[in-house]
Design a protein around this ligand. Structure first.
Ligand SMILES: Nc1ncnc2c1ncn2[C@@H]1O[C@H](COP(=O)(O)OP(=O)(O)O)[C@@H](O)[C@H]1O
Ligand SMILES: [Mg+2]
Length: 304
């Protein structure tokens, strides 16, 4: 079974998309089969990796992206996977093994126009189709928007582990706390659809500090975050193994430039990689690979 990891926080701009894209690329470079699932209505990861022309085509067609499995429900997830998504202008694959489930702007409709069937909600339809392709992958990573609304629920319901990108500021801590509250509400609401083969609801397994400027000491924000994790652990609201990753991703302009180039940092020519931020993504990937999360505890939905 693939490990399914959702990257989520209630705060935007903390580095969810850049972490998901760069970690996915590092995993694929190590030979793992990776599926990146873009669940952000802003489509940042899809535009980054498909590049604008290719992405524009599916955006205009209103087919071939995640929302089209729900409306008009003619596409199936297995048919809309973009294989080996990163390609050069000649169409040659630059990173075999990294596939994308793309999103286009119509995913926004899932929050309003789309009529959810209370007997067969969106996250269940998505989960069933995902289970049909899961065996093709070692890792499935979900890039979520900064909320637990309908689009995000697709990833949160299907994931086994949640990772929270954070900046060393008070808002990231507030975002984390708010997310735990909203997560609990969603898990309670969707508990009736949970089948044993899906495993328990995903809990937070790790916090990853991102965009850390040189000479900024993150000791105090880290300590505050650790205290919050300890408190949630006692309440069983996060995984027993939840931790702050040893590696923090430094702030580096190449991360922003990589978006313009349509490449993950590890494929940007090495002389351009300033201050070793590429190494940070490698180390985060290594920590993820070594991070095992037990599923022995009762699900969050049952926690008091
Ligand atoms: N380590 C970093 N160094 C410099 N800029 C970064 C870094 N990580 C993210 N960014 C930039 O910060 C902005 C927000 O990051 P993004 O990954 O899109 O966050 P989110 O998905 O949480 O909204 C983007 O412009 C991105 O390029
Ligand atoms: Mg994003």
């Amino acid at each position: 079974m693939a490990r399914k990891l959702a990257f989520i926080n209630y705060k935007g701009g903390v580095g969810k998309t850049s972490l998901v894209v760069n970690v996915s690329a590092c995993l694929a470079r190590r030979g793992h089969r990776v599926l990146l699932v873009d669940l952000d209505t802003q489509s940042n990861a899809s535009i980054w990796l498909m590049r604008i022309e290719r992405w524009n085509r599916i955006n205009l067609e209103k087919r071939g992206s995640i929302f089209s499995i729900l409306d008009p429900a003619t596409d199936r997830l297995k048919d809309i996977v973009v294989k080996d998504v990163i390609r050069n202008n000649a169409g040659e694959s630059l990173l075999p093994g990294l596939d994308l489930l793309p999103t286009t702007f119509n995913l926004l409709d899932i929050e309003n126009e789309y009529a959810i069937d209370p007997q067969n909600p969106h996250y269940l339809i998505f989960n069933e189709q995902l289970r049909g392709i899961e065996h093709n992958y070692d890792y499935i990573l979900f890039d979520c928007p900064p909320n637990i609304l309908n689009a995000s629920q697709l990833g949160v319901f299907s994931a086994n582990e949640l990772y929270v990108p954070a900046n060393p500021d008070a808002l990231s801590l507030i975002g984390f706390t708010l997310m735990i509250e909203k997560l609990l509400l969603f898990y309670r609401r969707s508990a009736g659809f949970r089948k044993p083969e899906m495993g328990p609801f995903a809990r937070v397994a790790g916090i990853i500090f991102n965009s850390i400027k040189a000479n900024v000491d993150i000791g105090v924000p880290k300590m505050r975050m650790q205290l919050r994790i300890n408190q949630f652990k006692k309440q069983r609201l996060v995984s027993n193994e939840a931790c702050i990753f040893n590696t923090a991703v430094r702030d580096a302009t190449i991360v922003r430039r990589a978006v313009t180039l349509g490449l993950p940092v590890c494929l940007v020519s090495s002389r351009e990689i300033e201050e070793g931020v590429g190494g940070d993504y490698e180390n985060i990937t290594e920590e993820l690979l070594n991070h095992s999360v037990s599923e022995a505890l009762p699900s969050v939905a049952n926690a008091s």
